[in-house]
Write a protein that binds this ligand. Sequence first.
Ligand code: HEC
Ligand code: HEC
Length: 289
Amino acid sequence: MSTHCERSSRFVVFSNKATDHTNCTDNHRSALSAPSAALFLIAVLIFVVGKCVALSATPADSVEAKTIFRKRCTVCHTFGKGVKVGPDLKGVTERRTREWLLRFIRASSSVIQAGDPIATKLFREFKQERMPDWSDLSPKQVVAILDYFAGDGPLQKEPDERDASTATAGEIEMGRQLFSGVTRLNYGGRPCHTCHSIRGGESKGGSLGPDLTGAYFKYRDAALTDFLRRPCFPREPESSASGYLTPQESFELKAYMAKAGGSIPIRPPASRNPANDYVNRTREERRIL
Ligand code: HEC
Ligand code: HEC
């Protein structure tokens, strides 16, 4: 499969847009005989479907997962705060298999009825209350909830609350691009560089605002995080826009300032935590998502 096609297939998986997938096969069809084109199409379909099934949560899914957890699960469950009506769900993705959890969450009553030993034991232990069957949640939604649990659920910090020293080289680089305007800010608005400079940055930035080389050390991590949650200057149209910086952008900018002001240790992209997959993606990939 050519690179073009791989890219398109991935695009299909992320965006669920069948159109690009069609383009992909069309491009190839011209170069292939009919039977091999059919085989190719089947191969692409298997590839795409396989990826879809294996697909873990996208950022939108994980936002939804948080909401579902808060609205539907916290009445009976805590995450790390002990037994409530049902068991504490912290660590549940380690003590049970994904397959079991997927079945149990969507239809615990039939899993219990079928005599599953773990379910039976839980049922006895928590017999004063039954868990409803969450059959209206799609498998994809349940997978997103499980990913959320695996990534430390509600104990997870917002991306901008991370300490700048945990930034990867990629995040610092993204911070530089956002600062200088090479990459556009998600909510639009003028790049920081229009009004601020950073020593050793691309070129001399604007001087309406102070030089930010020392900003990280002036504010320190938590105060700078807080500062970046609101525009630093009453600006139009940004001040009337729906948001200022996304938490991830805010983190990347903070990390870039921290790096510019002294040197913070740079870590390689670390974990396979699904929450970090988003973090380690390039801006282009994020836009596709
Ligand atoms: C009305 C209370 C109630 C609500 C709401 C509820 N649960 Fe439960 N849950 C329980 C009880 C009770 C158990 C123990 C098994 C049983 O008795 O059914 C349980 C068990 C579980 C287990 C197995 C835990 C383990 O240690 O293996 C998981 C996973 C789970 N629930 C997930 C969820 C999710 C996800 C939601 C929200 C979508 C949810 N629960 C909402 C009551 C609830
Ligand atoms: C339209 C011009 C403008 C833009 C664009 C701008 N700022 Fe500012 N910024 C200012 C001004 C002016 C101040 C000083 C405000 C004050 O002291 O009350 C400031 C202050 C700051 C400070 C505090 C500096 C200190 O030493 O106290 C930080 C941090 C900061 N801006 C970060 C940013 C970041 C990050 C961006 C890009 C997302 C950005 N700014 C975009 C004008 C701007």
